[in-house]
Design a protein around this ligand. Structure first.
Ligand code: PLP
Length: 359
């Protein structure tokens, strides 16, 4: 097992002559072990670990300059929206929000000053897919760097660098760690120049993870493939069952034939994911009743842990997205998001059954 090296500084034999490590913000053996593992998982050449997914995104966005323009898919994690809109916007970096499931909308949104294409697929929480081969090719043709937030799919289900993306970002808080006991983030790329810039920013900005958290994420990764596959199997069965439930208006799940991008999901992803979104009958009141009644599905933000979670995007994870934009994306008040964990399928189904029996 990699040791958890807690030292904040490392002895030098002569001024400036060190044995591979100098100061722990710059580099640390446990963090380096995680970074090497992350790069390998995504098929990248360089991996960088951060103190959160948001810290990873911020560090990447700091490669941009005032006047630069970002095109992002419209249905992103609320924190990503807040970061681009409320933090990078006032610094002179404008973002256009585009439905990337329509490639011609991307062509139309790209400007001469566009520097970054931000992609989530499947998106959070509407589980829309973006055809990575098509959009990354458009970005490359326009000299735009393409970055995929691969938190939802994980490299077990899709490897964006193999499909043409330049950069992959993760909230390792989710599936990679997988046990809801670490907040962390990562950036992976094959681009040497970009990696050098990011390494400089990682050290300069200092949004790094602790060695203990790096160890925890490494440990979580050992079971990543088994967890993602087992949770995906449970989610597929639950989605099928939910689709026939009278209390549910709509099930949004790329592993169902009713999903408009079912074929793209089957082509682009190795197996179905473990996230399901449902529109509950009765709007906000129906959703609230369900959210208050589940016992195994814990009402909490986040996803990707061994335990199942349930949440209300409009008031929780996507509360930072303005109501008109939420409505345009389809985040209605009756929408509920499920992160399916590793509990027994029958227990999960029975929990949803009793929670929905009141709607
Ligand atoms: N990206 C996605 C898809 C997320 O769901 C989240 C958090 O929920 C983040 C990024 C941000 O990660 P963190 O909470 O580790 O800062």
């Amino acid at each position: 097992m990699p040791p958890i090296v807690l030292a904040s500084t490392f002895a030098q034999s002569s001024p400036g002559v060190h044995q591979g490590f100098e100061y722990a913000r710059t580099d640390n053996p446990t963090r380096r072990a995680l970074e090497t593992c992350l790069a390998s998982l995504e098929g990248g050449h360089y991996g960088l670990a951060f103190g959160s997914g948001c810290a990873a995104m911020t560090t990447l966005f700091l490669t941009l300059r005032p006047g630069d323009h970002v095109v992002s898919c419209d249905d992103v994690y609320g924190g990503t929206f807040r970061l681009l809109d409320k933090v990078m916007g006032p610094l002179g970096i404008e973002t256009s929000w585009v439905d990337l499931s329509n490639p011609s909308a991307l062509e139309a949104a790209i400007r001469p000053e566009t520097k970054l294409l931000w992609i989530e697929t499947p998106t959070n929480p509407m589980l829309k897919l973006v055809d990575l081969t098509i959009v990354t090719e458009i970005a490359r043709r326009h000299g735009v760097l393409s970055c995929v937030d691969n938190t939802f799919a994980t490299p077990v289900l899709q490897r964006p660098l193999d499909l043409g993306a330049d950069v992959v970002v993760h909230s390792t808080t989710k599936y990679l760690n997988g046990h809801s006991d670490v907040v962390g983030g990562a950036i992976i790329t094959r681009d040497e120049k970009l990696a050098e810039k990011l390494r400089f920013l990682q050290n300069s900005v200092g949004a790094i993870p602790s060695p203990f958290d790096c160890f925890m994420v490494l440990r979580g990764i050992k079971t990543l493939s088994a967890r993602v596959q087992a949770a995906g199997e449970r989610a597929t069965k639950l989605a099928n069952w939910l689709e026939g439930h009278a209390g549910v208006q709509k099930v949004i799940y790329p592993g169902l034939a009713s999903h408009p991008q079912f074929e793209l999901a089957a082509r682009q992803m190795r197996a179905p994911l473990a996230m399901i979104s449902v529109v509950v009958r009765g709007g906000l009141a129906g959703a609230t009743r369900m959210l208050e009644r589940t016992k195994i599905f814990t009402l909490a933000e986040s996803l990707g842990g061994v335990e199942s979670l349930i949440e209300h995007p409009a008031s929780m994870t996507h509360g930072a997205v303005p109501p008109n934009q939420r409505a345009a994306i389809g985040i209605e008040d009756g929408l509920v998001r499920l992160s399916v964990g590793l509990e027994g399928f029958e227990d999960l189904r029975a929990d949803l059954e009793q929670a929905l029996s009141f709607t």
